[in-house]
Design a protein around this ligand. Structure first.
Ligand code: DAH
Length: 343
C-alpha cells in the first residue's frame, strides 16, 4: 500500500499541467470517480485492521496532495491566460476622473439661486421663436434695425414680419410668453441661449446666454428695480459691490437704463479691466413699457413692472476673468478643468 501511494505521489508530482486539457486529464486520472485514488480507497478494504488507520491516512493525504496541485495549477493557468490577453491583474487601478461643471453653467445656477431667494421662479421658452414674441410683442417697430438680417438668424422668411420664424435674439421673448400665459403677480427669471448673426471673435459670438428678469405687480416702482439689482450685484460680486444706472433705450422698457457694477478687480479705483472708469457694464433694464403690457393683455392702469436682461458670459467673464468669449464653446479641457472645484 505504502509503495503504491509513494508511486502515485511521484506520478502526481511529475504530471505536467500546462493546458486546460492536461488539467482535465489529471483530474480524471487521479481524482475522478474511476481514478487511481478511488482505486486505492477500494484497496483499503483488503488492508488488515491494525494497519487500516495508517493506510487510510496515507491515502487521504495523497488525495489532498493531488487536489492542492489541481487547485494551484488552475489559478496559475487562468492568470497566465489573462496576461496572454494583455490583462495585467497586478496593475494599480486608474483613478476615476471627476468631471467639472461648465463655467457658464456655474454662473447660471448662481444667478438662479440668488433670484430664487427673493421669490423669482424660473421660466423657459423656445429657441426657435416667432416674430411676435421676439419682436412685436416687445414693442419693436416694424422697421427696427434689430429685425434686420444683420442680427437675426431667420429660419423661415415670410412675406410679412409676422410670419417669420427666427432663432431668438434675446431671452426677452420669454417675458412676452410668460405675460401672455400668466396673471400678475409675476416674478420670474428666464435663462437661456440666444443667437445673433455676428462674426465670431474674442468679444462677440453668434450664440451666447442671457438671463431675463421680469417682475409685474401693482405698485412696482423704479426703486424696486434698483434695490433688486443692488441685491443681485452684492450677492454675485460681494457686499461692497455698488451699482450705477445710466439712461438708455430699449423698445420694451420706459424708462430704460444700463447698469454698471463697481469694478470687481480694482473696487472702483480704476484699472485696465474697467478702462480706468471704475465701472463695468453688466445688464440692461427698465420699467416694462405699457405697450408691452397691453400686447399681452395686462392692464397697464392696474399693473406696472420692471424687467432686466443680463449676459451670462459677461458675468462669468467678470467672475473668472475670462477675456475671450470663444473659450466657452471650444471644449478645451485645459480651460474647463480649472472649474473642477466649483462643483
Ligand atoms: N434684451 C436685451 C438685449 O438682449 C437686454 C434687456 C435690456 C432685457 C433691458 C430687458 C431689459 O428685459 O429691460 O440686449
Amino acid at each position: 500500500m505504502k509503495e503504491k501511494v509513494e508511486q502515485l505521489k511521484a506520478e502526481i508530482e511529475q504530471f505536467k499541467i500546462d493546458s486546460a486539457e492536461a488539467m482535465e486529464k489529471f483530474r480524471i486520472a487521479f481524482l475522478g470517480s474511476k481514478g487511481a485514488i478511488k482505486d486505492l480507497f477500494a484497496d483499503l478494504k483488503q488492508v488488515p485492521n491494525e494497519e487500516k488507520r495508517e493506510a487510510g491516512q496515507l491515502v487521504n493525504g495523497l488525495r489532498q496532495f493531488a487536489q492542492e496541485k489541481l487547485d494551484t495549477q488552475k489559478d496559475a493557468l487562468s492568470s497566465a491566460q489573462e496576461s496572454a490577453q494583455g490583462i495585467d491583474v497586478t496593475r494599480p487601478g486608474d483613478g476615476i476622473l471627476v468631471g467639472s461643471r461648465h463655467p457658464l453653467s456655474l454662473v447660471r445656477s448662481e444667478i438662479i439661486e440668488i433670484f430664487s431667494r427673493v421669490g423669482f421662479t424660473v421660466s423657459e421658452g423656445p429657441e426657435i421663436e416667432d416674430d411676435w414674441h421676439n419682436f412685436s410683442a416687445l414693442n419693436f417697430p416694424p422697421e427696427h434695425p434689430a429685425r434686420d438680417m444683420q442680427d437675426t438668424f431667420f429660419i423661415e422668411k415670410g412675406d410679412t414680419p409676422e410670419s417669420e420664424m427666427a432663432l431668438r435674439t434675446h431671452t426677452s421673448s420669454v417675458q412676452a410668453r410668460v405675460m401672455e400665459t400668466s396673471e400678475p403677480p409675476i416674478r420670474t427669471i428666464s435663462p437661456g441661449r440666444v443667437y445673433r448673426n455676428e462674426a465670431i471673435s474674442a468679444r462677440a459670438h453668434c450664440f451666447f446666454h442671457q438671463v431675463e428678469g421680469l417682475y409685474i405687480d401693482t405698485d412696482v416702482s423704479f426703486a424696486d428695480l434698483k434695490q433688486t439689482l443692488l441685491y443681485f450685484a452684492q450677492e454675485m460680486f460681494g457686499d461692497k459691490a455698488q451699482i450705477r444706472l445710466r439712461p438708455s433705450y430699449f423698445p420694451f422698457t420706459e424708462p430704460s437704463a444700463e447698469v454698471d457694477v463697481s469694478c470687481t478687480i480694482c473696487s472702483g479705483k480704476g484699472c485696465n479691466v474697467c478702462k480706468y472708469t471704475g465701472w463695468l457694464e453688466i445688464l440692461g433694464c427698465g420699467m416694462v413699457d405699457p405697450n408691452v403690457l397691453e400686447a399681452s393683455n395686462i392692464d397697464p392702469e392696474k399693473y406696472s413692472g420692471f424687467a432686466f436682461g443680463m449676459g451670462v458670459e459677461r458675468i462669468a467673464q467678470l467672475k473668472y476673468r475670462v477675456n475671450d468669449l470663444r473659450l466657452y464653446s471650444e471644449n478645451d479641457v485645459r480651460f474647463l478643468k480649472q472649474f473642477t472645484s466649483g462643483m
